[in-house]
Design a protein around this ligand. Structure first.
Ligand SMILES: Nc1nc2c(c(=O)[nH]1)N[C@H]1C(S)=C(S)[C@@H](COP(=O)(O)O)O[C@H]1N2
Ligand SMILES: [Mo]
Length: 349
């Protein structure tokens, strides 16, 4: 375990640390600031014996060594990872789990092998329904006896999409250990739990996977209301994060940049709007970054704060279809997918 003073520690073992959103000075998150989300202590990885297995309902099961994967065609994609627990600390009432604020998300360029290439080489059988991905990290749970590895599944059509990568590199460097060395899955547009780290086995199955990280966790559990009582957590919801100023910050009169990032897993973000007057009027922010399908996009707005007082500041993203963020969060028992419009207070002196 290494003390990482530059990250915000939410838990020491397993190591869970968030990116300080104030440090959003580059689109790509510097490696030492990239958030870390682990369910278990770190696994022991021995590269000489490590293999990535592909099996189950396939015609040609295979075991790839690290070198085998390095020799295959490599593809790069810029993908923002966001934890499904992002902003969980803002739910009322609070929900159990790491109390993430703004920084359970970070951005990198990932390079590796296309999952679709490996699946095509293996030959998926006709009766296949899902593909499971198993990490090397393991441990117990508080809600059931036994030892588990971190394991997740994807429906076949999602798994076969050409943008899914078995990443071997992060920002052009070998994947750092904390982010899944030697190889991790990257599922663009989905919340982070889908992007299994320290990947060791891919298995094609013909029934819905029932592991605890699929059916106990990463499910929206609700009571009452008109939403379904139980729904799997999948794609990243439309969301805007205010990086600067911070909540309750005291600033001097004059011009100030309001900055942040916006993200969406379904449709591209078209617009970010800022309100300084508790939502009465909205102003379009400017883009810092160009649009990239799976990347967060930083925005800024110049605010002429010429009056003293306390201001209620909000930021909301609007996607290409005109959808925007809800005023009230979709409260659910395990605190996933918070995307209500963020509101902060700023004091001008
Ligand atoms: N093997 C393994 N993969 C995992 C996890 C884990 O605990 N073990 N956590 C998942 C979750 S919930 C998230 S949000 C992302 C975080 O990736 P990072 O730690 O590289 O930021 O990894 C995912 N992949
Ligand atoms: Mo997560």
């Amino acid at each position: 375990m290494l003390y990482q003073p530059h990250l915000i520690t939410r838990r020491i073992v397993p190591e869970n640390q968030e990116f300080p959103m104030l440090s959003l000075s580059s689109r790509i998150t510097p490696e030492h600031l990239f958030y870390v989300r682990n369910h278990f202590p770190y696994p022991v990885v021995d590269l000489s014996s490590w293999k990535l297995g592909i099996g189950g309902l396939v015609d040609q099961p295979a075991n790839y060594s690290y070198e085998d994967l390095l020799r295959m065609p490599q593809y790069s994609l810029a993908v923002t990872l966001q934890c499904a627990g992002e902003k969980r600390a803002y739910f009322h009432p609070l929900t159990p789990g790491e109390q993430w604020e703004l920084g359970a998300n970070s951005h990198a360029v990932w390079t590796g092998v296309r999952l679709a290439d490996l699946l095509r080489a293996a030959g998926i059988r006709r009766n296949a329904l899902e593909v499971t991905f198993e990490g090397m990290d393991r441990g117990g749970r508080t809600d059931m006896p036994g030892e588990f590895t971190f394991m997740r599944s994807l429906p076949i059509p999602v798994a076969c999409h050409p943008d899914l990568l078995i990443a071997l590199y992060m920002n052009g460097q070998p994947l750092p250990f904390r982010h899944g060395y030697p190889a991790r899955l990257i599922v663009p547009g989905w919340y982070g739990m889908a992007s299994v780290k320290w990947l060791q086995r891919i298995t094609v199955i013909d029934e819905p996977f029932q592991g605890p990280f699929q059916t106990n966790d990463y499910v929206y559990l609700r009571e009452g209301g008109d939403q379904p009582a139980s729904e799997p957590v999948t794609r990243i919801r439309l969301n805007a994060m205010i990086a600067q100023p911070t909540d309750q910050e005291v600033i001097a009169r004059g011009n100030h940049w309001i900055t942040g990032a916006a993200i969406a897993g379904d449709h591209p973000v078209a617009l970010v709007e800022i309100s300084i007057d508790h939502g009465d009027t909205w102003h379009a922010a400017s883009w810092i970054d160009p649009h990239e399908t799976y990347a967060w996009r930083r925005w800024c707005y110049l605010w002429g704060a010429d009056q003293k007082g306390t201001f209620s500041m909000m930021a909301r993203a609007v996607d290409l279809l005109g959808n925007t963020q809800p005023v009230r969060p979709d409260w659910n028992k395990k605190g996933y997918g918070y995307n209500a419009i963020q509101k902060i207070q700023v004091h001008v002196e």
